[in-house]
Design a binder for this molecule. Sequence first.
Ligand code: KG4
Ligand code: ZN
Length: 340
Amino acid sequence: MRVLGIESSCDETGLAVLDVERSGEARIVAESLASQVALHEKYGGVVPELASREHMRSLPLLLDEVLQKGGVSLKDIEAIGVTCGPGLKGCLLIGVTFAQGLSAAHKVPLFPVNHIEGHILSGELHSPGLKPPYLTLVVSGGHTEIVLVEGLGRYTCLCRTRDDAAGEAFDKSANLLGLNYPGGARLAAAADTVAGRRSRFSLPRVGREMDDFSFSGLKTAVLLLIRKNQEALAADPTALPEICWTIQDAIVDALVVKVEREVKKRKLPLVVCGGVSANTELRRRLQERCPEVHVPPLRHCVDNGAMIAYVAGRYLSAGASAGRLDIHSRWPVETLGVCA
Ligand code: KG4
Ligand code: ZN
C-alpha cells in the first residue's frame, strides 16, 4: 500500500511516501523535511503561532517536492496518514486540514496517527526482523517512557516521568547555560567535544532507586552548579563543554539505569526512539548495556513524515478503519485501539 505521511505536530514539517506491506516491511519512496530552527532561534524557543503559519507555508511546497523526488503523483497515493496528536493544537490543525483537503479531492482514506506511536514503530520500520514483544524507550521533548509493545496498538507504559521529560531536562539545562534553542542538541554537541569523556564537575545522582523517571531535581542541581562555577565559566573555555558533559552524563545515567533494569527483567529487545535518541552518548551506553538495541537512523530519531506514513500503512493494511478525525494535545499511546 502506497501511503503519504504528514507530520506537523511541533517545529518540523515532514512529508514522506512509503510502500508499506502487511508484513510490516516498508520501502521509503521519498521524504522531505522542513526544519523551523532558523525561525524560532531568535525567540529562544518554539512560538506556536509562528510554527503553525510556517507549516501552512511549507506543506504545499513539501508535497510537490516529495512527489517529485519519488517520481510519483497524487494518483499513485492509496492512503494518507496525518499526525493528530500529541502536539501543539494549532500546528496539528494545519496538518490535519491540509490532509483532509487532499483526502477529499483525491478520494483516498485518511488515517489519524499518534505521533508517539510513530516514534515507537520507527524501530520496526528500520529493523524488519523485529517483532513484538519488545521494549521501547520513548525520549522526546514531551515524553520519557518505557513502553512494552505487544502488538500493533498494544502498548503498556511500564515507567514514566513524574515531572519533566528527558528532552526538557536537556533544553532547560541548555537554557540555564545560555545556549540558545535548539538547546538540547547544542548542549549534546558541546558535551561530545570533551576529550576522554571526563569532567572536573559533578552532579548528584538522585532517584536511581525510584520506579519512575524524575528530572525536576536535576534542574535545580544544574542551576547551583552553574552559580558555583561562574568564575571558571568566564575564565576557562573548556569549562562550558565539561559542564555540558556532566549534565548529559547525569540525564543519560538516569535513563539507562531504569532501561537496563527493565531489559534484564523481561529479556526483550529494546527500541530507542524520539528526539533524545539522537544523543550519541545515550545510544552508546544502551548498546553497551543491553543485548539487542534498535535505534532508527538519525534523520528518523527526530520528527519526520516517514514514521507517520508507516503507522497509517500498518493499520490500514491490517484492515483497520480510519475512525473519527480529531486533534489531541495529549494522547497517551495506551489508549489506542488494539489491532490484529
Ligand atoms: O521527538 P522530538 O524531535 O520532538 C518531540 O516530539 O518532542 O524531540 C525533541 C527533543 C528536544 O527536547 C531536543 O532537545 C531533544 O529532543 N534532542 C536531543 C538531541 N537532539 C534533539 N537531546 C539530546 N541530545 C541530542 N542530540
Ligand atoms: Zn517527536
